[in-house]
Design a protein. Structure first.
Length: 104
């Protein structure tokens, strides 16, 4: 049996990791996953496997699953307006179906 939920995905430079984690903790979230990232965008190429001269500019991706869509939307708005106001980054929401729904 699956449970409907919302996945909040956040892509930012590593230097924003403490701010993003603080926001997630303040929202009362119990957990999330962080993955190394790479790609190309308006701010140039970010290589996921290459050595970084400045580690803090490496890209990371947060994935957070919530059952409360309103909370996910509020977090997305706060991230884009406050945390990423002057920094590159992406945020999106997806409807997902999760197993072990009690975890969320």
């Amino acid at each position: 049996m699956t449970t409907p939920a919302v996945k909040l995905t956040i892509i930012v430079e590593r230097l924003l990791k403490p701010q993003v984690e603080r926001l997630l903790q303040q929202a009362g979230l119990a957990g999330w996953s962080i993955f190394p990232g790479g790609g190309r965008g308006t701010h140039g190429i970010h290589r996921s496997q290459a050595a970084q001269l400045v580690r803090e500019f490496a890209i990371i991706k947060f994935e957070v699953v919530l059952r409360d869509r309103a909370k996910a939307e509020a977090l997305a708005q706060e991230l884009t307006q406050d945390v990423m106001a002057e920094q590159p980054g992406l945020v999106w929401l997806e409807n997902v179906e999760v197993l072990r729904g009690a975890k969320f």
